[in-house]
Design a protein around this ligand. Sequence first.
Ligand code: N01
Length: 499
Amino acid sequence: MGMSGFEQATGRKPRTVIIGAGMSGILMGYRLLKAGLDHFTIYEKGESCGGTWRESTYPGLHCDVKSHHYCYSFALNPTWSKEFPAQPEIYAYFNRQAEEFGVLDKIRFRTEVGEARWDGAKWQIALKDGSSDWADILVSATGFLHMINYPEMPGLETFKGAKFHTARWDHSVSLEDKRIGVIGTGSTAVQITSALAGKVKHFSLFQRTPQWVLHVPNEPYSEDQRQEFAKNPGLMMDIYRETEDAAHYLTMGIMFEDSPYRADLVQNALDNLAKIKDPDLRARMTPDYAFGCKRLIMSPDFYEAIQRPNTELVDDPIERVVPEGILTKSGRTIELDVLVLATGFNALAYIRPVEVFGEDGISLEEVWAKRPIAYETMTVPHMPNFFMIGGPYSPVGNISLVRVSELQSGWIMQCIEKIAAEGVAIAPRQDATDVMIEGFREQARKTIWYKGGCSSWYLDSEGVPGIYPYPSDKFKQDVSAGPRFGDFAIRPLPETEPA
Ligand code: N01
């Protein structure tokens, strides 16, 4: 085989650096190995793979996307114990796959990337431990759920009991004999409520905003079923495909008022709410905004859990945290031994806090001065040979991010193969990106996320959703069609002495 354009220009094969060894970083590593582009390193700030599934270990944590769709389509897993498995199984799955794929050897753990700077030919990378590296191609696989949102709450530092965010759960604290307070009513708080309410001395859930909650049972797989899956992987692929179709209808029903799939979903949530026997509690837990406006919550038993003994919903707003617990606006002090912050993440921070400088030293912060943007969710103008899995306007919400990452990493590989074959630096053109983002934002204003009368982490500083605003099958079609290189600025790499 002759030399590729890249080898002619540089005298070697391209080197890639991936930031993050979560679900998407492992996947990117797998794809590079498959393509024979094995000159790469994955930098991971933690001590193991799995990203958010490593960091979050709170009681009750499970995935609310079906397990047979929350995995790599080429590495289906017959051993899932339930339709929606718990964190330890998911964490184990990703770590196992990293090893099986041969990616584990490529990961440098406990190493955080501080800065990446394009020098005109490649990326110069500064690591927080003081060392450095370089790459021809840089892939951000940093995920959505790693920048913790600590609430600004007066008196928080004065609390004298145990206090932690859900992504920093302190397992040394016993719970059964304690009065536990959980702040927040997102997916995380709901799962914790199911796991702990009625099983501890007292449980208080501090609600600022009620949520729409779908009743979704979580059936275990029997040993027979698991053996069947192992013998006949086609059964798992059937579930994978069915779940993908269902996710499409679900997102349509959530996003658009006139969707034919909406009525059944709304009815499910209303029937679920009717399980709250006390009319006063039911009224306090009924949202005053449209169904689907915030990320939909799915639970087999949340409303049962909140009605258990020694369990209380506190919707009296929090005035301040005091040493013995929480003082509410009406002047009541709720005494607590443990305060749990289920206050979520700064989900749309993307690659931050890594600092990125592209062509002519332009920073990512400058390119993103108005808002984070990306062409086709994965590439950024002025940032040559830089790719993001889960970048701005990616589909998030109630769909499988593993599936999304598979589509995105496939598209990114096509770009990388072009770079490797032709010896070029590519970045999307600003004008093409602007047109795409304008289209996204116009469409985003048609969704319930925008019109539904709620605030959520989907919204940018102008209140417009910064996530993929079309049904998920459009994303699949667009990304599967591959990059439109006509929308890119493509420059030959400068010829350099062999490294
Ligand atoms: O966080 P959230 P999460 N005072 O941002 C409240 C994923 N996930 O950790 O609604 C009082 O949804 C805030 O109140 P409000 C999933 O993508 C997935 O639950 O803003 N309250 C809200 O109730 C999810 O979307 C799984 O009024 C304050 C809560 O904290 C994402 O993680 C499981 C407050 C935050 O809700 C984050 O979910 C779990 C304050 N100062 C999570 N600040 C799966 O199963 C915030 N809140 C895949």
